[in-house]
Design a protein around this ligand. Structure first.
Ligand code: LLP
Length: 470
């Protein structure tokens, strides 16, 4: 269900069935937090060895607090799990999907940890290049790349441009010719598989803007054209089926369809496609409803699928790459807010709900309003012995759909000045942030071993006013 455009999900006066009544409302629920958070003796949460009170004092709120060890641990876990599972086959590597969250420091961590980087705009490419990310480990995506983006990517020597349409084949070929070089391209294939969370649909999801459709032979025609293009080298085929996915069923169908095309290309064009990219999409735990797989389980599951299908089609197993974004960045970060107004709203009869307003909102996390996402939160500046109450955490923006956490239990004495942490905000929160209502965007700070490091500074009113030159 989507939030009503006029506002909140009114009338929901009880906790949703998925939300368990907490035995201890002060507990950091297992799996919801990055690696380092814990309660200290005074009751405050610390992360990366830094207490949230110190962060609030030194950095202010709202703030994105990124647990550096957590991010890097997850990046390496994906790198190692896929390398290990595909080692007996033709190998695999992992590209971090920068759209989830990208800044210079993250690009450098990803580089040092040996992953590739997936960028999908000139802006993301610029961040990567300024951070010194090696061009050959960058993949450029995008359904509507500009000529300037393609040119810049080729000049930077990107390892692959993932071509998304038939006309882009001609564009990349022409720009490569102009620059006097050859462009390494992958072709993004639309497999008709659409996966989200626990479900996937394997038919009729072609009605969208991405990729080259298998239906009607468009993808095959694209392969043919790349193979005859003078300045293009075909690296392989690409498929991305969706995001926040928890099992491998969708990957199985998608891989099968892409491998059928590999077999068709072998049979009809006498060409061997040696690489496959199966995209990203691995799900994370935003609340107790979600049960993500480990990187190891995902990697071995998908390796088994690819091996079996190649065997059935009598194909050599290709080298496979993956592009996780959310599963690396998401759990690394919590957003720290200060509580302002708390309102006890009567809902009719005996029912009421505490509306807890924080100093950010849909400008720093639009996922609740946009995707009806269910986040969780915790009173992080202190512990409380009061009984748990169902609350709704809302922002400071001028619309009632400005909800950060739809349903959660917080102690009944939550009040102005309290600190509240919302976990798993590392992916698609800062990267989707806006200046709605002229609210400056929060900073992103990294915490590690008791140190705070600003990765992206807080936006100021001067920044906003500086854009207004009319
Ligand atoms: N590769 C490609 C080609 C993609 O389009 C995406 C995500 C990824 C990899 C990374 O997917 P991940 O592992 O992060 O799920 N704003 C939405 C998510 C949009 C995902 C777009 N593409 C959200 O907040 O849920």
């Amino acid at each position: 269900m989507r939030a009503h455009e006029a506002g909140a999900l009114h009338g929901n006066d009880a906790a949703p069935t998925w939300l368990p009544y907490p035995s201890d409302v002060n507990t950091l629920i297992d799996g919801l937090w990055s690696r380092t958070p814990r309660r200290t003796e005074d009751g405050a949460v610390e992360v990366g060895g830094v207490s949230v009170a110190r962060i609030a004092e030194e950095v202010g709120t709202p703030a994105f607090v990124l647990d550096e060890d957590d991010f890097r641990h997850r990046a390496r876990a994906f790198r190692d799990a896929f390398a290990e599972a595909f080692r007996p086959l033709a190998g695999a590597d992992v590209y971090y999907a920068g759209k989830a969250f990208l800044c210079g420091a993250v690009a450098r961590w990803v580089e040092e940890d040996g992953l590739g980087l997936d960028v999908c705009t000139g802006g993301e490419l610029a961040v990567a290049l300024r951070a010194g990310f090696p061009g050959e480990r960058i993949a450029l995506h995008g359904n509507n790349k500009s000529l300037a983006e393609i040119r810049r990517a080729l000049e930077a020597g990107v390892g692959r441009i993932v071509v998304d349409s038939l006309d882009e084949i001609d564009l990349v070929d022409a720009i490569a010719a102009e620059l006097g070089l050859r462009a390494a391209v992958m072709l993004r294939v639309t497999t008709g598989v659409e996966a989200h969370t626990h479900e996937f649909i394997a038919t009729a999801h072609e009605d969208q803007k991405f990729g080259l459709s298998l239906t009607g032979g468009t993808a095959f025609e694209a392969v043919r054209r790349v193979l005859v293009a003078e300045h293009l080298d075909l690296v392989g085929l690409h498929s991305h089926i969706g995001s926040q996915i928890f099992d491998t069923a969708g990957f199985e169908v998608a891989a099968r369809r892409v491998l059928d095309l590999v077999a068709q290309v072998r049979d009809e064009l006498d060409h061997t496609i040696t690489q496959l990219d199966l995209g990203g999409g691995f799900g994370v735990m935003y609340n107790t409803q979600h049960t993500p797989s480990t990187p190891e389980a995902l990697a071995s599951g998908i390796a088994g699928i690819v091996e079996k299908q190649c065997h059935e089609l009598e194909l050599e197993v290709p080298h496979v790459s993956f592009e996780p974004g959310r599963a690396i960045a998401g759990p690394s970060t919590q957003t720290l807010y200060s509580v302002g107004t708390v309102k006890d709203v009567r809902l009719g009869g005996p029912h009421h709900r505490l509306y807890v307003s924080v100093d950010g909102g849909m400008s720093d996390n639009v996922r609740t309003a946009l995707y009806d996402a269910d986040y969780s939160c915790l009173l992080s500046g202190r512990v409380s012995e009061e009984q748990p109450e169902v609350v709704r955490v809302v922002g400071k923006h001028c619309e009632s759909g400005d909800i950060v956490v739809k349903d959660e239990y917080l102690p009944a004495d939550v009040r102005r000045g309290d600190l509240v942490s919302v976990p798993v905000t590392g992916a698609y929160c800062y990267s989707l942030a806006s200046n709605y209502n002229h609210v400056p965007r929060p900073p992103v700070i990294a915490v590690k071993d008791g140190e705070i490091r600003t990765l992206i500074r807080r936006e100021t009113e001067e920044d906003l006013l500086g854009l207004d030159v009319g």
